[in-house]
Write a protein that binds this ligand. Sequence first.
Ligand code: DGL
Length: 303
Amino acid sequence: MKIPTGGILFFDSGIGGLTVLAETLPLFQKQIFFYYGDNDRAPYGNLSMEEIQKNVRGVFQELDTLNPRMAVLACNTATAVCAEDLRMTLPYPIIGAEPAIMPAAKNGGEVLVLATRATCESERFCRLCDRAHRLYPQVKIKAVACEGLAGGIEKNVLHGDFDPTPYLPRERPTSVVLGCTHYIYVKKKVEKFYACPVYDGNEGIAMRVHELFDKNTSKNGIGRDGRPLKTPTFGLNDAKLVFNPKKEWKIARREQIFHKKAYLSAHLESFIIDRNGNQIFFLGTQKKHNKHIFEQMFVKCRK
Ligand code: DGL
């Protein structure tokens, strides 16, 4: 089976970005998506900036062979720490995830932002808070790092009885912002706990991905980067997977054969087609796990 290139790549430390993918897919038809979760090293939130940068850079280097059309950092932590770095080094657009403070601030009062420690301590997040303060000077913004919550969700997502409330600060905010894509799995429970509006950035990210994809698409199906934007199919691409008798997958690309780690293989069990005909390839050592979570939580699949 050949693996397509030129898809839209979603990255998260683990399962959080699946919530962003789920929000994005209905806006597309017959496109290629890749999902990479770095679950083995999740959660990222308490790692140092250097460790997060090293992990994310490493993953993007490994995935370079897929030649993504654009990438979505479906992770507030990775965005806070790595977005600028990746934008300077990669040739394709990078869309990030940022806490949805602005829509929440419109309600006035106190905005409680729940995020990971790395996000709360990042310069990028401070700049976002400054911008919000300038626009809504009366609004009080309080950011709290929910230690352990992303890890708890990562482990317990399929257990409907997981209780996030021990991780939540005791506050009486006007609005709450979920500044971590993992937290979106427990959004309803957070709403119930605070009895106030709870915001996340997923709709905004999905719209941005769609807008950027559209912008790059001209009428004749050639993108601004000169690459064909017609629905990629397995046969169109120069990267294909070859199965050898030693049960090892290799990628044959431009007549050279590169041994690649198993996660770049397109085993059928890590691939689905959604009801819009989008093809989603799950990558990384936890690809089967992420696919399973995605199917359980979000998609009625055709395959
Ligand atoms: N899902 C991620 C975020 O949006 C990171 C969670 C973690 O790995 O700590 O921040």
